[in-house]
Design a protein around this ligand. Structure first.
Ligand code: NDP
Length: 310
């Protein structure tokens, strides 16, 4: 009964081992590069595992992703497809994402980037914006995070639209689904929030074609994954005024390299993948509880569907 832990940063691997060992005293918990008897390994707790990382462990019962997304696990071309993947989600994660989305939607809605730039110029300009009830915000992805954020935006008074793969019902939110619903959704979003998982279908979805379908002057917030965005298309849409501003929390390469033009673009706000980080003590309790439940019942609520990609 061994659990292996893999994280790109060694100190974080050690931290997770310590936390999980305290919560699961009957288990042996070891780093992936020093697993002991490989046949005894039945669970892997991972963030961004290396390609082929799971091949030495024939008896894996489940892989636990240290996050809501599983794209970092599915990126392993040698992943044993028979092994279920458990996501780590919880109320802390949704609460934090609600805060991030509310913060940045309100910031775009009230045109804070212009007000901040005006302050630097000592320029007094009273911008008049409509109330939230006169502003339409759209969320791509209505799962744990997007669905919860949509409720928050609707409670703030925004005209809130949501788009998902299959039709969702959310009180106070006008919902659309699939390709058929996309045009009705996208053509009205003055502020667009991406909270999709990264899959084959969603990679590169934030591109020139999508930006052209938004109302002129729209803003975009991407807190899904960096690979949702075609970076050059974003810069072109900002430069020609089709988009007025973008807030980006996730990037193709993280940390965002210091020479990357996004850092200094006047109409891009960069946040360092902090929209909703897993709170470490809460996260370890969720991981431990999921492993125990899966061991006892063979099921947990947070099972991802690898064939769907999320
Ligand atoms: P869920 O799996 O709960 O929800 C995903 C949503 O996206 C569902 O509504 C799903 O539709 C929809 N969706 C998936 N594929 C498509 C598609 N092709 N077209 C339209 N809609 C689609 O995910 P979470 O809400 O938990 O997380 C979403 C993502 O947020 C994660 O995968 C991760 O990448 C990112 N994330 C970012 C964080 C950050 O700090 N920036 C923190 C945590 C996660 P349906 O409802 O029909 O299934």
């Amino acid at each position: 009964m061994t659990i292996i832990v893999s994280h790109p940063h060694r100190e974080k691997t050690d931290w997770w081992i310590k936390q999980l060992q305290a919560l699961l005293p009957n288990w042996t918990i070891r780093p992936i590069d020093d697993p002991g008897d490989a046949d005894a390994v039945t669970y892997a707790v991972v963030w961004k595992p290396a390609t082929g990382a799971f091949l030495p462990f024939p008896n894996l019962k489940a892989i636990v992703s240290l996050g809501a997304g599983i794209d970092h696990v599915l990126a392993d071309v040698e992943l044993p497809r028979r092994v279920p993947i458990i996501r780590t989600v919880g109320t802390d994660l949704t609460q934090r994402m609600r805060e991030y989305v509310a913060l940045h939607v309100l910031r775009h809605h009230r045109d804070m980037p212009t007000i901040t730039a005006n302050q630097r110029e000592r320029h007094w300009q009273q911008l008049v914006v409509p109330p939230a009830t006169g502003r339409t915000v759209g969320i791509m992805g209505l799962g744990n995070l997007g669905g919860s954020a949509a409720l928050t935006l609707a409670a703030l008074g925004f005209e809130t639209l949501g788009w998902s793969r299959t039709k969702r019902e959310i009180e106070g939110v006008t919902t659309y689904a699939g390709d058929a619903g996309f045009d009705g959704f996208i053509s009205n979003c003055e502020i667009l929030v991406c909270l999709l998982p990264l899959t084959e279908a969603t990679a590169g979805i934030l591109d020139a074609e999508l930006f052209a379908r938004l109302p002129r002057g729209a803003s975009v917030i991407n807190a899904g994954r960096g690979q949702h965005l075609v970076e050059a298309d974003l810069v072109a849409a900002l430069d020609d005024g089709q988009l007025s501003h973008a807030t980006l929390d996730v990037f193709h390469v993280e940390p965002l390299p210091s020479e990357h033009p996004f850092w200094s673009h006047p109409r891009i706000t960069v946040t360092p993948h902090i929209a909703s980080l897993i709170d470490a003590p809460t996260g370890s309790r969720i991981v431990a509880a999921n492993i125990e439940r899966f061991e006892q019942t063979g099921h947990v609520d947070d099972l991802a569907d690898a064939t769907r990609g999320y």
